[in-house]
Ligand binder design. Sequence first.
Ligand code: SF4
Length: 510
Amino acid sequence: MSKYTDELEYGFTSALAPPVRETRIGVCSAYCGTCAELNRDLKTGCAQLQNRKFAQSGGCQLGLAMGIASSLTRSAVVIHSPLGCCSGFGGSAGLRKTMRASKGKKDEEFIWAHTNMDQLDVVNGGTEKLKEAILYIDKYSRPEVIIVANGCVPGIIGDDIDSVAKELQGSVSARIVPIHCEGFKSRYVASGYDAAYHGILRHLVEPAERIERALPDEGKDAFERYRISRTVNIFNVGSNSNGDEVELSRLVSALGLYAKVLPLHATVEDLSHIGEAGLNVSICATHDDYLLGHLKERFGTPYIIDTLPIGVVNTNRWLRVIAAEFHLEKEAERLIKLETTALEEAIEPYKKVLAGKTIYVGGGETRILTTAQYFSYLGMKLLGVKAHNVDRFVEEFLEETDGPELSIEVAAGQPAEELAILNRLKPDLYCGHMGANGWVTRLGIPVIPLFGQSLNYMGYSGAFELARKAAKAIKNTNFAKNISSNVSLPLRQSWFESDIRDNIKPDDLL
Ligand code: SF4
């Protein structure tokens, strides 16, 4: 088990809804300062108390919960809310198709309905509409799983979606999975991952039924036990690609282990075998500590939450901690030597292009800090990072970053703040989340995406691709220049001249 989670306790699945991350792990969602200051303030608890004077919208946990739950194979979704909560689902159908195609899975539509709650439902309750929607979607698409996602309005008026699910379970062929992801409950949108996994753990993770052999076969039974003890479940996340999964599986298999990738895009049958593994391995702590902690409690499977395998140093580290669990340290060192020797030779031309160039990285906390470390490794000068949120899982990375004086902003969304910082720092390259990249391009700064569902970022092949992408963007910056000279930003000069630290203070000082 990881040092990041050894003080954490789980056992929340007897409750209908999970605790939010503010109470479970303590998080910081607003900060502007240096890595050293943030590290100090996280330890004293001051960082968790910061808020902002002026805030733009910052995301909702319903969207993140649906990103996980709606990926399941042969699933359909009912959003119980007013229509507005579904405004972000327009592009989800395309994403599902792309992801499934890239994994070689059978094409499936993204089937979803919403209950379109209105003012009368706020007075009378919306459970009748919810029942109607569940019965309709079951009849219309005959899914294996019906996800019911609860929005703020039914959450506030107290619609009992769990009782509705229980009542209808005998009338539909699908398993109904209520998910409590009401946006108002948490400012830390990653709470949505816990909400999704809470529903999956309660309603879908049931061990597969074992059928006794008609004729005993000790050899086969022994091999089966061996296979399970050497199986490594790699927990995938919405931001990784099939290329990432293939690369990480390749590396785990090269150690002589069996690699299995779960739980996104899994079937109910796949989930019934989730407990059959010798080790569960995270690739991003922000996504899955809740799931892995509960799987350890339920099946006794040890787990590792350490680093995200991006760049050479962190991929080496990820492999070493896995290998250590199986006493395969020598095999890991041989593999690392082989891989890094080939990679170093391949990235040499890109290192020459990137040497001394400045970069700023924005996005999810573990991802940005590991990616930033890799850009430093490539010889770039790191000017700063922006994290959506920060929690205990990145304390060690904050200590290891390029220098204690490195600028760090903590903000989910908030492009106005990030643009003011970037306008002052003027990096040669920005590597960021898709929500920010369009804004940053308008400043004339070349941009590369921090992740992409059809691109490889993880492992050694991902390190090569990332170096190649960065060098390509630095070599030709005309696109960002043209955008900047033709499209303006909706911000005043006085905002650009202001100090963002004045916008972020503890509640009682705002
Ligand atoms: S914050 Fe609430 S009302 Fe807004 S989209 Fe999320 S669930 Fe819907």
